[in-house]
Each structure stands twice: as C-alpha cells, then as structure tokens.
Write a protein that binds this ligand. Structure first.
Ligand SMILES: [Zn+2]
Ligand SMILES: [Zn+2]
Length: 238
C-alpha cells in the first residue's frame, strides 16, 4: 500500500458525509446532491415560500394602509361607524422600511456579490420592490444552492420571513394570545413545521395553522412541550 501523500488522506475516520447547510435541516445529502450546499427539499420549499411572498405582502400592506389611514382620518370621519383598526407592530414592521423588502434585498445583494453581478441601487417603494427581489431570488435560487456557501443561512432567513408574514396576515399575533414556541411536527420528508404556535387563555385547544396538528387538553399540551424540547436542542437558533 502506498503511503498517503497528503495529511488529510490519512484521516478517513474524520471524513464527514456532506450535509445540507441549512441550519434547521442538516440532512445528509444524496450522492447526486453532494456538490450542492443545500438539499433539494430545502430548495423546493424556498422557491415555494418566495413565490408566495408577493401576494402575502400585498395583503399585509393593505392592512397596514387601513391602519395608517384610519388613524390619520379618524378625527374627520366623525360619522363613520367603522372602528379604527388597531395598530399592530408585526404588520407595520414587515411592511415598513426594515421589513420584507429590506430583508429580501439584503439576500439579493449577497447573492449578487457572490455571483459577480452588479449590486443595483433600487429606489422603489416596498410594494414595487418585493416582486422584483422575489423574481431575482427565484431565478438565481438554483445557482445559489449549487455554489453559495452561505445559502443555508439565507434559506432559513426566507423561511422565518415567510412564517412571520403568514402569521401577520392571519392575525395570529392578536393581543390575548401567548406565543408558545415553534410547532415540532415533522412533515413526511422530515423537515419540521416550525410554525410559531400560540395559545389562548380562553380555549383548551392549540391548533397549528401551518400543518393543522391539534393539541387538546393538558395531556396533549405536555406532549407538545416534550416534542418541542426534543425538536429544539438547547442553544439552537430560534
Ligand atoms: Zn436541507
Ligand atoms: Zn405545525
């Protein structure tokens, strides 16, 4: 047997099978995926989430306009029977300057830098910008997954952004509801649902709007807590 000429070649025990770089995924890559930075399910889910974002943003933006509009004109609409929409920080944060458009642009800029593309100075408002950023990210997703080392972090950021937006659109952050952590139920492919669950003091049932799982009563709630603890090891990023 010839002696290995490189130090690394002598350390077969240290060889780690390549895994998906998405922090919340980490599944081993198949041999036909081994030159990728993230797995196919992560890519497919990310494409789907990106595709859904423009219409979610439009819904959220309409809500935000009503909040702002109601506040501005409430004194002049003395005859109006419509109560003002309560101002919700989650809606305003996502539609405002540091919101969805900004977070998508941050990812787009990083991908542009990696792909050697010019980084544009986009001057449009968020309503114009969101579909433009989404289009770029969808078109370049596969190349990013194939070649960009930090793509896993961006896949997670897009997942979080999508989850926050869906929660804001469906009004899951209403006052009176308590955040009780992410849904621990795995989908068929092994990825966790992760939808931010809420409980109401007035009801004994928790239902996940993401995957539809229900927990009813104290025994179910204990099961849920145990599953969350098992799914979310101490120190893991939320
Ligand atoms: Zn993955
Ligand atoms: Zn769920």
């Amino acid at each position: 047997m010839p002696h290995p000429t490189t130090p690394a070649a002598g350390h077969d025990d240290d060889y780690a099978w390549p895994t998906c770089s998405t922090p919340t995924c980490g599944r081993p890559l198949w041999t036909n995926e081994s030159d990728r930075r993230a797995c196919h399910p992560c890519e497919d889910k990310t494409r789907q989430r990106l595709t859904e974002l423009p219409s979610l943003f439009t819904q959220l933006n309409t809500t935000a306009q009503h909040m702002r509009g109601t506040r501005r004109t409430s004194s002049t609409l003395s005859g109006s029977k419509t109560p003002p929409l309560p101002l919700r920080a989650d809606v305003l944060n996502l539609t405002g300057p540091g919101g969805i458009a900004h977070r998508l642009q941050t990812i787009e800029d990083a991908w542009r830098a990696h792909l050697g593309r010019r980084i544009g100075t986009w001057a449009g408002n968020p309503t114009q910008a969101v579909p433009v950023h989404v289009q770029f990210l969808v078109i370049n997703l596969q190349r990013a997954v194939d070649t960009y080392d930090s793509v896993g972090q961006d896949i997670d950021d897009i997942r979080r952004l999508h989850t926050e937006t869906v929660a804001a659109v469906t009004g899951e952050h209403r006052p009176g509801r308590i955040q009780i952590g992410p849904c621990p139920i795995p989908y068929a492919d092994g990825t966790l649902c992760g939808y931010p669950l809420t409980a109401s003091t007035a009801r004994h049932r928790i239902q996940c709007p993401g995957c539809g799982t229900r927990w009813e009563g104290i025994d179910d709630w204990r099961t849920l807590r145990a599953a969350q603890n098992a799914a979310q090891p101490a120190g893991a990023a939320a």
